[in-house]
Ligand binder design. Structure first.
Ligand code: AMP
Length: 220
């Protein structure tokens, strides 16, 4: 199964670009953050731990993430490519993914990694205005002109009232960015060395970023 890994700091636009990619190329969007939020809503013994990790900005344990992701991949037809949004977060997750049947096939075969670069100040500004649809997952931004919903506070796609993620606040953002620098950024060199990495300047508008992503995907 083809996979496109979106690698980026928080609020670089992974979710927005993943949705656009799936609309155009019929890939399946898998966001590990969404998988965790879904798991939290099951209200079982894991919910409290997952909520605590997300609220603090720390990562959830590899074992939980890998299991959630492998189960999700099992449900998807082999024909569809997937866009991985939020995975892997570190080198250990890449290593451990090899032990999981569906995840191993997806991450090892026919993979392209798109690194969306954005600096701390712009990412923080985006966090402040970010709102998303709790039903279909579309992401909007009140502060960015080309990314606002047509009707304020309402999802363009399913008319659900938009909400703000509780971990989209400055304190949590600082920890999430720090986690990104310490854990996730080393993956850039790792994938570059494998010849799988493409970089896109994600400080540009949503449309311009997507144009660059399209030209990468069209030439794969
Ligand atoms: P995101 O929606 O990608 O911003 O992720 C929200 C939160 O979910 C993160 O701050 C982490 O606590 C957790 N999370 C998402 N993906 C992963 C992952 N691959 N590994 C560990 N934790 C994750």
């Amino acid at each position: 199964m083809k996979s496109i890994i979106l690698l980026a700091p928080p609020a670089a636009g992974k979710g927005t670009q993943a949705k656009l990619l799936c609309e155009k190329y019929a890939f399946v969007h898998i966001s590990t953050g969404d998988l965790i939020r879904e798991a939290v809503s099951n209200q079982d013994e894991m919910s409290a731990y997952l909520t605590e990790q997300m609220q603090s900005g720390e990562l959830v344990s590899d074992e939980i993430i890998l299991k959630l992701l492998d189960t999700k991949l099992e449900e998807i037809s082999n024909e569809s490519g997937v866009v991985l949004d939020g995975f892997p977060r570190n080198l250990e997750q890449v290593e451990k993914a090899r032990q999981y049947k569906h995840l191993n096939e997806t991450v090892e075969n026919d993979t392209c990694v798109i690194y969306l670069s954005v600096d701390y100040d712009l990412a923080l500004k985006r966090i402040a205005g970010r709102i998303s649809c709790p039903k279909c997952g579309h992401v909007y931004n009140d502060m960015i002109e080309d990314n606002q919903p047509t009707v304020k506070g309402i999802c363009n796609h399913c008319q659900t009232v938009l909400t703000k993620r509780s971990d989209d606040n400055e304190d949590t953002f600082k920890v999430r960015f720090e986690m990104y620098l310490n854990q996730t950024e080393p993956l850039i060199a790792y994938y570059k060395e494998k010849g799988l990495l493409y970089e896109v300047d994600s400080s540009l508008s949503t449309a311009e970023v997507f144009k660059q992503i399209e030209s990468i995907v069209d030439h794969l």
